[in-house]
Design a protein around this ligand. Structure first.
Ligand code: XMP
Length: 317
């Protein structure tokens, strides 16, 4: 049987032995895996671990600031890099889902490479790869799910010439969470829903504009906070809102409106490969729909996604 404390002791000793006084760079995403990997490495090598957390402008509302603060509170040596405007301007005009993923992947690598190059004499690249990623080593997802899937366009970025260290590569997700708990990582960080690397870009159907990003951030935030307040967040494997590329007619007072439609999605799953839509209570859906339409300017209609995977994927793009 797996015992988190024994794992921590063993892997910390192993990391010390392997890395010695070398410097290590690691990309934090706000997700469970990269966070647990960082805390383990921090325990083993302390300030020689250089964490980089990139804001691609497609994160949840206030996520960058909040998560960065949490990381600093955990004693990690982390640099927050706000590259939002660069991502958003490179994405302008692109409406193809794979095209958006490619741009985000490329810009992430460029930003990360610039940052890694500023760390003098860095020898290792740490990744939060877990066992299922190792098995599924060729990612069909593209971007940031794993940095490795970007060996494409001519010549490797400099940081990819580093030696790789992956402290979680033998662990399943539930084991990673247990290790995280043993390391004292906050339960709300360990219990976060999965969130895709390309972020809100694949939940804004069609092209991305700053205005669409902020509408979706507001909607998503009302939805996720609502799930938490109703005690439903931990009962759902993943939830999010999708901004549709169409307007629909509504009425507000005696005015006709012609505004955006958003879809809400919540799924039950164990690994994301298959998923069932969650039967959220009608009262909850009613209240959330009212709150979204009342509070978010530009949205006059909310629909709920009742499709399971397969055939529908969890994300809409
Ligand atoms: P789908 O939409 O394929 O999603 O049913 C399954 C799980 O994978 C996440 N996902 C992604 N994660 N980069 C990521 O890092 C991506 O491009 C990507 N696309 C989907 C999705 O959020 C779900 O948890």
């Amino acid at each position: 049987t797996f015992t988190p404390n024994a794992f921590v002791d063993d892997i910390v000793a192993e990391l010390k032995e392997k890395i010695k006084d070398d410097k290590v760079v690691l990309g934090l995403s706000g997700g469970v895996d990269s966070t647990v990997a960082a805390v383990l490495l921090n325990k083993a090598i302390g300030k020689n671990l250089y964490c980089i957390f990139v804001n691609n402008g497609l994160l949840r509302k206030n996520e960058f600031q909040n998560v960065l603060k949490q990381y600093e509170g955990m004693g990690l040596n982390v640099k927050g890099v706000d590259a939002s405007s660069r991502f958003i301007s490179e994405l302008a005009g692109e409406s193809d889902p794979e095209g958006k993923r490619k741009i985000i992947g490329r810009v992430f690598i460029e930003v990360f490479d610039d940052e890694a190059n500023q760390i003098e004499d860095v020898k290792w690249l740490a990744q939060g790869t877990i066992y299922p990623d190792v098995i599924e080593s060729i990612s069909v997802k593209g971007p940031s799910a794993t940095i490795k899937s970007h060996h494409n366009v001519g010549g490797l970025p400099d940081f990819m010439k580093l030696q790789i260290v992956e402290p979680l590569r033998m662990l399943f997700k539930d084991e990673v969470r247990r290790v995280g708990a043993a390391l004292g990582i906050h339960a709300d960080l360990l219990g976060r829903h999965p969130f895709p690397g390309p972020g809100l870009a694949i939940r804004i159907l069609g092209d991305i504009t700053p205005e669409k990003v902020s509408i979706l951030q507001e909607v998503d935030s009302i939805y996720i906070e609502g799930l938490k307040k109703a005690g439903l967040y931990d009962k759902v494997w993943q939830a999010g809102a999708i901004l549709l590329p169409i307007n629909s007619v509504g009425v507000m007072g005696d005015e006709r409106t012609y505004e955006k439609v958003v879809a809400l999605r919540a799924v039950e799953s164990t690994d994301g490969m298959t998923a069932d839509w969650v039967h959220l209570p009608y009262d909850f859906l009613m209240n959330i729909s009212n709150e979204i339409i009342n509070k978010v300017k530009g949205v006059n209609r909310v629909v709920y996604d009742i499709s399971s995977k397969p055939p529908a994927t969890i994300e809409w793009e």
